[in-house]
Design a binder for this molecule. Structure first.
Ligand code: NAD
Length: 361
């Protein structure tokens, strides 16, 4: 069985789905690894480095298992073999047409977004590994755009107080943002509608903002707020946000438009030169003034909405992602490197978003 590592075509996507360090691990499982020429270019990994690690350079699209980062384009789906397995970020909840196209092409597709968030699947959890990168990078972006220091400084020219940073949504990205903001010397505060994360927020050295609104949903995720809860949350947040130099937003509800947490009124109340980094841009944004993919300045506040922060730090993002995919591949093959898809397995069944019938047959 061949594992194919293809070159990403999405503009700005510099990650690669497998790194040389993990080629040998798949080869030892009895798999052949074929890498498309230039697949590692975005992370400065030459084809020869993959070859030295035991991979072949060739047509990776014809492999039995194809590893990808971004969802395939229609042309790319046409290059896949019928009966192939595809693994990647496939946007299963929003790209209904893309998933249907994979199904029609006879591809058994596994979306990393759909891997259940259970303990046994932690090593495969690409949402978490890439969210960590995004949370970290969001803070660096905020620090870069802010017109003042993050840390407290005592200098001959005067004392600078630390920046106040608020992170809305304390999931994986949010917690990493809080930890990074703390390391940069700012005074971070975290907020979420899942009260159980308060201790996690405090454990990274941040304060917990308690607004008295709880919304715990299924599978450890938040639920959507009711109309009344939403209005109350916005009112309380608008009041709280005036104290912060930086607001980083990461709040998502699976399959829904991202909740609006930062209203225009809240932005107007922030200090001049403040920064909002909205990580929910792809799902509509958490800030009312967000323009997905752009930086805008409104009421003297810079609002950034980067759409693919992990691709801006492709080295470690790829390494972590490759480890996630390798674990999933190992779950899909038997001891001799043959395909062995067990739909009785909760992870396999949860992650499979197309071609399940054929895969089971
Ligand atoms: P996510 O990206 O879906 O959402 C980010 C955060 O936004 C979440 O913490 C969510 O509660 C919050 N949020 C949603 N609506 C909000 C609102 N209106 N106001 C404020 N905050 C709001 O979340 P995630 O980072 O993917 O994490 C989801 C869950 O999965 C968490 O419970 C996390 O601990 C869990 N998880 C479990 C494992 C595991 O293996 N057990 C691994 C990773 C994550």
């Amino acid at each position: 069985l061949t594992v194919g590592v293809v070159r990403e075509s999405l503009p700005g996507e510099r990650r690669v789905a497998l790194v040389p360090r993990l080629v040998d691990r798949l080869v030892r499982r009895g798999l052949r690894v074929v890498v498309e020429p230039g697949a590692g270019a975005g992370v400065l990994l030459a084809d020869s480095v993959f070859e030295q690690a035991g991979a072949e350079i060739g047509d990776a699209w014809q492999a039995g298992i194809v590893l990808k980062v971004a969802p395939p384009t229609a042309d790319e789906v046409a290059r896949l073999k019928r009966g192939a397995v595809l693994i990647g970020f496939l946007k299963p909840l929003s790209d209904v047409d893309g998933i249907a196209a994979l199904d029609r092409a006879g591809v058994t597709a596994f979306a990393v977004e759909s891997i259940p968030r259970i303990t046994r699947a932690q090593a495969m959890d690409a949402l978490s590994s890439q969210s960590s990168v995004a949370g970290y990078r969001a803070v660096l972006l905020a620090a870069d755009r802010l017109i003042r220091f993050f840390p407290m400084l005592t200098t001959a020219a005067g004392t600078v107080p630390p920046a106040n940073v608020l992170v809305l949504g304390a999931g994986v990205a949010g917690l990493q943002a809080l930890a990074t903001a703390k390391r940069l010397g700012s005074r971070p505060t975290g907020y979420d509608v899942r009260p159980e994360v308060a201790d996690q927020v405090r454990s990274v050295g941040a304060n917990w903002l308690d607004l008295g609104i709880e919304a715990v949903g299924e599978g450890g995720y938040a639920r959507e707020l009711t109309e009344e809860e939403r209005a109350e949350q916005q009112r309380r947040l608008t009041e709280a946000i005036t104290r912060f130099d930086v607001v980083i937003t990461t709040a998502l509800v699976p399959g829904r438009k991202a909740p609006t947490l930062v209203t225009e009124e809240a932005v107007r109340g922030m200090p001049a030169g403040a920064v909002v980094v909205d990580l929910a841009g792809e799902s509509g944004g958490n800030c009312e003034l967000t323009e997905p993919g752009k930086d805008v300045v409104v009421h003297d506040v810079t609002i950034c909405s980067p759409l693919n922060l992990p691709a801006e730090m492709p080295g470690h993002a790829s390494e972590l992602y490759a480890r996630n995919l390798t674990e999933l591949v190992e779950l899909l093959v038997d001891g001799d490197g043959g395909l062995a898809i067990d739909f009785a397995d909760e992870i396999v069944a949860g992650a499979c978003v197309a071609g399940r019938e054929r895969g089971a047959a």
